[in-house]
Design a protein around this ligand. Structure first.
Ligand code: NDP
Ligand code: OXD
Length: 319
């Protein structure tokens, strides 16, 4: 019986996303779970058969309209777009997306950004605009310390690939972690030591109450002069004005930013025209139905059977 006392029909999945392709997800999921109902929202009127929601940025208040919801599955690795709903139904388990393709794409982005700063392509791009030919000896990656904040699915993969490309890699997480080829730090008390020894800071933290505004002037001041920032996590981790100040003072040498407080980045935002900032439009990685469907289908089966989800979110920690 459903929570409203109606006989349970075979469970239906509710799909909500303004970015992802509902038809491709339907194909991948219904071929794996015969009989699965598939409904595209938001705003369904008769919603009692919906037992699982697969969502990216559902409108606030939307998910509370489904009384028989057993699980909320994120179409992204981040879940801030779900947890920020003040009316999110309590007690419904939430799972993150873990997609091998998404992970690979993110590591490509991080590696590309780290190499671009390391091999000074950002400098040569500026030189070309002035037709300036200036020889500079290619630097040694083994002497470039890349610090990865967040050693979860994405941070751990990026750290391993940075190390495989010869960088001196270290990582920082909430709880102690071991990563092959990288020195690791954890918790607020070890943050400064981690930053002091980081030339390229890569942020792969989730947006949570503890990480909002973390990338501020104190963090930048703890980095060595000439350091770079790469932020493909979430825009709200960064204090924009503090970054601009650190770049303008010459303390930081450059930044690669994929995510912003407001997206699309407003046309009058100073990041657009800052010579030391590269802006990309939240394209570091994405989930693909072809590669992510096995995990999502398994979570749909688990939800319908009332079993624990893979990659569950701890709503208290916010990730
Ligand atoms: P995970 O949940 O797997 O990992 C999160 C990591 O952050 C963990 O290592 C965790 O520590 C650490 N962490 C969380 N809170 C803190 C804290 N307060 N202090 C120190 N460390 C902390 O997430 P993913 O790796 O899958 O994804 C990371 C983020 O990347 C997503 O939340 C999303 O915002 C962003 N993203 C951006 C994309 C883009 O296209 N720009 C695409 C996909 C994701 P511990 O290991 O101790 O738990
Ligand atoms: C994600 C994203 O969280 O694409 O997966 O930002």
């Amino acid at each position: 019986m459903g929570r409203r006392g109606k006989p349970s029909a075979p469970g239906a999945l509710l799909f909500i996303s303004h970015l992802d392709d509902p038809a491709a997800w339907k194909r991948e999921l219904t071929s794996r779970i015969p009989g699965l109902g598939y409904r595209v929202g938001p705003g369904l009127t008769d919603a009692d058969d919906v037992e699982v929601a697969l969502v990216w940025a559902p409108p606030p208040g939307e998910l509370k309209r489904y009384p028989n919801l057993k699980a909320i599955l994120s179409l992204g690795a981040g879940v801030d777009h779900i947890l920020n709903d003040p009316e999110l139904p309590r007690g419904v388990p939430i799972a993150r997306l873990v997609d091998p393709m998404l992970t690979r794409l993110m590591s490509e982005y991080v590696l590309l950004a780290a190499l671009r700063h390391h091999r000074e392509f950002d400098v040569f791009e500026r030189h070309q605009r002035r037709r300036l030919w200036e020889y500079r000896f290619p630097p040694d990656a083994a002497r470039r310390r890349v610090g990865v904040m967040g050693l979860g699915v994405l941070g751990a993969d990026a750290a391993a690939k940075l190390a495989a490309n010869g960088f001196a890699v270290q990582g920082w997480s909430r709880r102690p972690k071991r990563i092959a080829g990288a020195r690791t730090y954890h918790g607020p008390r070890q943050l400064e030591r981690f930053l002091n020894a980081t030339d390229v800071l890569v942020c792969l933290l989730p947006l949570t109450p503890a990480t909002r505004g973390l990338l501020d002037r104190r963090v930048f001041a703890a980095l060595p002069k000439g350091a770079f920032l790469v932020n493909p996590s979430r825009g709200a981790l960064l204090v924009d004005d503090d970054l601009i100040e650190a770049l303008d003072s010459g303390h930081l040498a450059g930044a690669t930013l994929d995510v912003f407080h407001r997206e699309p980045l407003p046309r009058d935002h100073p990041f657009w025209r800052h010579p030391k900032v590269l802006v990309t439009p939240h394209i570091a990685a994405a989930g693909y139905p072809e590669t992510a469907a096995p995990q999502v289908a398994e979570n749909v089966r688990r939800a319908l059977a009332g079993r624990p989800l893979l990659h569950p979110v701890d709503p208290e920690a916010g990730y």
